[in-house]
Design a protein around this ligand. Structure first.
Ligand code: TUI
Length: 314
């Protein structure tokens, strides 16, 4: 059975995190993942504190296992959400899309395990100094807001830069990805796209359908001009946004084009105007399954690969 120091640190059975996906990862999905032995994570996204508190209560009513909340640091509600997770004393907070320095003391004092997403070695060093408990090295194969580096180059460099447990994210959807991440020095993995099609995920069926039908070349990166690259599935909307970036429209108009489009995809399944965030690994995600089955399959797939690694050495 796959086990790592991350399991002991967080009190989980399998070192598998479900990535916080804005508008998608709610209390129900997080509880299903945690009940399956992984770490379920509620996404705060751009939602207010009241929504996050409600989802924490839903998750707590469905599981007695640890779960986490992902805080998107660009959110207009970030201050109140930071307070809510401290009051609710969730087991784990992960952060994304920014620098968590301002909130570290608040969360540490509440006894929360703080696990920031880092897109670079410098951010890994910073959060290590600040007292993070572990970190997530997320490569640009991921869906949503992405950094510059790929998982293959980011994970080993982050592992060299910190003594903290490192969770690899970006481009991982099965046991092979997990085994590879462990070979790069990670002791856990985080998956978003594969959990998006979990049975317990309440996202609009059109969103799941688009993931299940995706191929290797189905994603596109937009937002580079405005300094926040975002990976999503190719749709009429994302292609238009991509083209607009290279036109002479103003930054303000461009920003406006992207606003609210994730909700249109996740809540309404709007195939024309929605922004369907997804990782490059979407092409390998072919089946809707219970979250617990996904976790078991990934770990059972990685186990023989890691055990058999000695076969490569004479
Ligand atoms: O946060 C994510 N993925 C996300 S957030 C999101 S909602 C959103 N939508 C539109 C624009 C922006 C956000 C959708 N997907 N992943 C974690 C992640 N964090 N990836 C990269 C980073 C990151 C980037 C810069 C973390 C820290 C960072 O620091 C920059 C600095 O120096 O402040």
């Amino acid at each position: 059975m796959i086990n790592s120091k991350l399991c002991d640190l967080l009190g989980i059975e399998y070192p598998v995190f479900q990535g916080g996906m804005a508008w998608i990862s709610d209390g129900k999905l997080a509880a299903a993942v945690s009940n399956g032995g992984g770490l379920g994570i509620i996404a705060a996204g751009n939602a207010p504190g009241s929504y996050v508190r409600e989802q924490i209560h839903i998750a707590a009513s469905l599981t007695n296992k640890p779960f986490g909340v992902n805080i998107m640091l660009l959110s207009p509600f970030v201050d109140e959400v930071a307070q809510v997770v401290a009051e609710e004393k969730v087991s784990v907070v992960t952060t994304g899309a920014g620098n968590p320095t301002k909130y570290m003391a608040l969360w540490k004092n509440a006894g929360i395990h703080v696990i920031p997403v880092v897109p670079s070695v410098s951010m890994a060093k910073l959060v290590t100094r600040l007292g993070a408990d572990a970190l997530i090295a997320e490569g640009g194969e991921s869906g949503g807001h992405i950094g510059e580096l790929t998982t293959m180059v980011l994970v080993p460099q982050v592992c060299d830069a910190t003594d903290l447990p490192v969770i690899a994210a970006g481009g991982i959807a099965d046991g092979r990805g997990m085994a590879a991440a462990f070979m790069l020095g990670a002791c856990g993995v985080q998956l978003g796209t594969r959990f998006l099609v979990a049975e317990e995920c309440s996202v609009h069926p059109n969103y799941k359908d688009k993931i299940l039908k995706a191929s290797d070349l189905s994603t596109i990166t937009t937002g580079k001009r405005l300094g926040h690259p975002v990976r999503s599935l190719k749709t009429p909307f994302s292609r238009a946004l991509f083209e607009a970036e290279y036109s002479d429209i103003s930054d303000e108009e461009l920003e406006l084009m992207g606003t609210g489009k994730l909700a249109l995809a996740a809540r309404d399944g709007d195939l024309q105007n929605g922004c369907f965030l997804a990782g490059q690994i979407a092409g390998m995600v072919k089946k809707e399954q219970p979250a617990a089955e996904i976790i078991r399959e990934i770990c059972e797939g990685a186990e023989p690969l890691l055990k058999g690694a000695a076969a490569w050495v004479k």
